[in-house]
Design a protein. Structure first.
Length: 272
């Protein structure tokens, strides 16, 4: 079953089709990772599913209804997105930022009610940032800031969360911190998580379902075992890989990889 899916979705930038007739069904209650080379349409697909981008053709559906025809507030009660780059206004505290996630549920002057306060407190606690509630967002480390943005998304109380490269610019420790948090939200809170991620081993370790894209189309989708194969990765990334099994997680891992063809020409080829 899938609450969020696309049918023949095509999205364009500047007249060029970036996403081309995609049919994707996001598994409910699972962590889905979208992988693929730069420029293949991963982020474009995610933004289209969040209604940030308008489809040129086809449509995105949520709970059986075309997402483009629903009100923004109604969609925001069901689906939250964390874009790749987020900037908080100068001087904004953690508590204030997280409270913005309650906007879709507020009426009139937008004052916080008891339910809003309860949701914000829960989001601060589950992401481990309660101690920073009175600190300015800009004063936090990269990993801490990322958890705060996730807390804001959680305060929306949506069952579906979309994240565009949530580990970008973070060191390995903070990457694992964020990914463990997302897995916790999925396992303990039953949130459906969809993320664009570049690290193949992290994708295989933390996701239940992978969608591999190339040139705006889907090459392969399925479990990590089905997608993380030598043939699929050769096709998608133009690399020759050796796939092994992580002894702790029992998930596939790329042990080593090489370019199928060097992008550098020899002196003779360059001068020919």
């Amino acid at each position: 079953m899938s609450r969020l899916y696309t049918e023949n979705l095509t999205v364009s930038y500047g007249g060029a089709d970036i996403v081309k007739g995609l049919n994707v069904r996001i598994p409910d209650g699972k962590v889905t990772a979208i992988i693929g080379p730069n420029g293949c349409g991963k982020s474009t697909l995610l933004k289209a599913m969040a209604r940030i981008l308008v489809a040129k053709a086809g449509a995105v559906y949520l709970d059986g209804k075309e997402i483009g025809k629903e009100s923004t507030r109604k969609i925001a009660r069901k689906l939250a997105i964390l874009p790749q780059t987020m900037t908080a206004p100068e001087g904004l505290t953690v508590g204030e930022l997280v409270s913005y996630g309650r906007f879709p549920h507020q009426r009139g002057m937008g004052r916080m009610k008891a339910d809003d306060v309860k949701s914000v407190e829960w989001a601060l606690q589950v992401t481990g940032v309660s101690e920073f509630r009175n600190r300015e967002v800009d004063a936090l480390s990269g990993g801490q800031r990322q958890r705060v943005w996730i807390a804001m998304a959680l305060a929306q109380e949506t069952e579906i969360i979309l994240l565009d490269e949530p580990t970008t610019y973070l060191d390995l420790c903070h990457q694992l911190e964020v990914l463990e948090l997302l897995r916790h939200l999925n396992r303990k809170e039953n949130r459906t998580v969809v993320m664009v991620i570049h690290d193949l081993n992290q994708a295989a370790r933390f996701a239940d379902y992978l969608v591999a894209m190339k040139d705006g189309t889907i090459v392969k989708e399925g479990t990590p075992e089905e997608v993380m194969t030598r043939e699929v990765l050769r096709n998608v990334f133009h690399i020759d890989v050796e796939i092994g099994l992580d002894p702790r997680t029992r998930k596939p891992v790329c042990l080593t990889y090489d370019l199928l063809q060097t992008p550098f020409a020899s002196r003779e080829e360059a001068l020919a």
